[in-house]
Design a protein around this ligand. Structure first.
Ligand SMILES: Nc1ncnc2c1ncn2[C@@H]1O[C@H](COP(=O)(O)OP(=O)(O)OP(=O)(O)O)[C@@H](O)[C@H]1O
Length: 259
């Protein structure tokens, strides 16, 4: 029998509320290894929440989350449901590196120290090996000459590329991007988009929440359109963007894609 590899991340019928507000209303999503997924949708549709549920930064009230086929174990139900096994959460979280809109670099550390911090302190990897890897990832994202400067000395685009190098240095199974270009001036956006595109071309598993429809189309193998906490439509970018089926997606695209 052929061996079918489980997806890196699989979510089945996930429900998530903040108090009375139900934000995810039964979402199922699968991120097979090597696939880049763009997640689009109006403000408030639940994109960031879904991304944060993937690496357990948010709790959820019902539904399954699996990492490489391994289900998250829960205790409690409803609003009291929490992951039951902290060690499992830590292991999964270190395998799903997140890149945030606001970069979240440590301001008191140099760029090299920022990139080295988690692999050394969280994963306990030897400093010498991590430094070598960190320098090569900084080179890869085009800021190999910025190792010894502090974040405040860099442009937003350079800081975001440093944050991507930091995520890569954890050698994760997937990268989760939460609006990676939204805080950047348009002229700096492109340098970050180029890096993300190169990562997609390498076959990295990625989920990218974005308002940038061009990036969503260029980078992804698969696009998911979220509307009010449900997946309204999904498919390959060439189909979704040129031949949207649902009226909601048509309306969303006509409001967001420049003519
Ligand atoms: N920590 C929280 N506490 C309460 N409500 C929250 C919290 N985080 C998000 N929400 C609410 O959940 C809904 C979905 O938010 P989310 O950030 O996931 O949407 P989004 O699609 O990513 O939006 P945007 O594109 O504006 O970032 C919104 O109504 C938001 O106000």
């Amino acid at each position: 029998m052929p061996h079918t590899e489980p997806p890196v991340i699989e979510i089945n019928d996930l429900h998530k509320s903040f108090g009375e507000l139900e934000v995810l209303k039964g979402v199922s999503l699968s991120a097979p290894r090597g696939q880049a997924i763009s997640m689009i949708g109006s403000s408030g549709s639940g994109k960031s929440t879904l991304l944060r549920c993937c690496n357990l930064l948010e709790d959820s009230q019902s539904g399954e989350i699996l990492f490489e086929g391994e289900p998250i174990r829960w205790h409690g139900t409803g609003l009291a449901r929490r992951p039951a096994d902290r060690a499992q959460v830590t292991r999964i979280r270190t395998n799903l590196s997140m890149v945030f809109q606001q970069f979240n670099l440590w301001s008191h550390m140099t760029i090299l120290e920022n990139v080295m911090e988690a692999p050394v302190t969280v994963l306990g990897r030897p400093k010498k090996d991590v430094e070598e890897a960190a320098r090569s990832y900084l080179e890869k994202v085009g800021i190999g000459d910025k190792c010894d400067v502090y974040p405040a000395q860099l442009s937003g685009g350079q800081q975001q590329r440093a944050a991507i190098a930091r995520a890569l240095c954890m050698e994760p199974k997937a990268l989760l991007f939460d609006e990676p270009t939204s805080a950047l001036d348009p002229e700096l956006e492109q340098e970050v988009v180029r890096v993300i595109k190169a990562l997609a071309a390498e076959g990295r598993t990625m989920i990218i929440v974005t308002h940038d429809m061009r990036m969503a189309a260029d980078v992804a193998d698969h696009v998911v359109f979220l509307h009010q906490g449900k997946i309204e439509e999904e498919g390959p970018p060439e189909e979704l963007f040129s031949n949207p089926k649902s009226e909601r997606l048509k309306g969303f695209l006509s409001a967001t894609v420049p003519a």
